[in-house]
Design a protein around this ligand. Structure first.
Ligand SMILES: NC(=O)c1ccc[n+]([C@@H]2O[C@H](COP(=O)([O-])OP(=O)(O)OC[C@H]3O[C@@H](n4cnc5c(N)ncnc54)[C@H](O)[C@@H]3O)[C@@H](O)[C@H]2O)c1
Length: 324
């Protein structure tokens, strides 16, 4: 499908990846962009760039798990494609496991039913590499066994599975993007924050960075703007529809090396605080992106040092001063 001229709705669009996706969809010429976000974790300020380009951008503070609210929004706007990114963060698994699990399931079943009933045209759904659990083989293809270790990951897997069954039975048009760890400007650096923004905030505020476990655990880090560009490219590729596709750099980074790289970038030479490994943490994550690469060109992906430099610079900007 062509994004130029399309009416698009992004759930979770005031969040980290969602707000970059909104920027990118505007760049691609989407005619109407609607964001549905409870602002549970997202921020209206994440949409400032988008609003500057598109003052008519609508941010609706609705719960995407509320079927009636979603039906009303979607039908009012004649939506062509919904990008479903709304979720509770992984860390919410420890404090509200039921909520962390159910949010993903409720939203996915609502969208599946609305799509089945013809309320909108197509669904791009965001899954996560967390559903795989620890790598049993690396690189990890899309048919890697699934062993979620948190209610967040279990809820995301349940959402993927339920959508698969609706695809099989009702032939609804769904494209599932499965990102690995993302990073970049606007990522939450407070409660539930991920390692890169939290490390930057700690160093910037004079605290030692934290290293959980041995630091030998690895992740496949992708700069957020690469993820949203590839999402849009895949969305515009007919052969991608109906598939589940890993989207990542396919490059393994040890967490201890990552923290060292952030320290280097920020000129920090102090101590690192060691803490025990987080329960449910994985030892190894590395994507196989073969399947998606057969469909679209990945082009030049942002090298980790460049991405970290841009991310650190963003957190140091005055407009983000409330974050540090
Ligand atoms: N960040 C990553 O590294 C990563 C990796 C793999 C997959 N993903 C997936 O990408 C998507 C976006 O992740 P993110 O990192 O931008 O997360 P985020 O927390 O920054 O964004 C999620 C947004 O959803 C909103 N939200 C929560 N519950 C909602 C509800 N019931 N209705 C409407 N909005 C609601 C939050 O307020 C937030 O703005 C998620 O589906 C996530 O599972 C993220």
């Amino acid at each position: 499908m062509r994004l130029a001229g399309a009416t698009v709705l992004v759930t979770g669009g005031a969040g980290f990846i969602g707000s970059h996706l909104v920027d990118h969809l505007i760049e691609r010429g989407a005619s109407t962009v609607i964001v549905v976000d409870t602002l549970w974790l997202g921020r209206e300020s994440n949409l400032a760039d988008a609003r500057a380009r598109r003052p008519d951008l609508e941010l609706l503070k609705e719960d995407a798990a509320n079927m009636d609210a979603m039906r009303a929004v979607i039908e009012r706007h004649h939506v062509d494609v919904v990008f479903n990114l709304a979720t509770r963060p992984l860390g919410n698994s420890f404090t509200d496991p039921r909520g962390a699990y159910m949010t993903s399931v409720d939203i996915a079943v609502n969208l599946a039913e609305l799509l089945r009933g013809g309320a909108f045209g197509r669904l791009v759904h965001y899954s996560t590499s967390e559903i795989y659990g620890d790598a049993l083989v690396a690189p990890m293809p899309e048919d890697h066994p699934t062993r979620p270790t948190t209610p967040y990951a279990a809820g995301k897997l349940a959402a993927d599975v339920l959508l698969q069954s609706w695809i099989e039975l009702f032939r609804i048009p769904v494209l599932t993007i499965r990102p690995f760890n993302n990073y970049g400007p606007r990522q939450n650096d407070r409660d539930y924050g991920a390692v890169i923004p939290v490390t930057i905030r700690r160093i910037a505020s004079g605290q030692a960075p934290i290293l959980e476990g041995t630091g030998d655990q690895t992740r496949d880090f992708t700069f957020v703007r690469d993820t949203v560009r590839l999402t849009a490219d895949l969305c515009e590729t007919e052969a991608a529809w109906g598939q589940t596709l890993n989207v990542a750099c396919a490059r393994e980074v040890r967490i201890r090396d990552l923290i060292e790289a952030i320290c280097r970038e920020m000129g920090y030479t102090g101590d690192v605080e060691h803490r025990p490994a987080r329960p449910g943490d994985h030892r190894r994550h590395l994507a196989s992106t073969e399947r998606a690469r057969r469909l679209v060109s990945f082009g030049d992906l942002t090298p980790i040092d460049t991405g970290i430099a841009e991310t650190v610079a963003w957190y140091r900007e005055p407009r983000a001063s409330d974050r540090i």
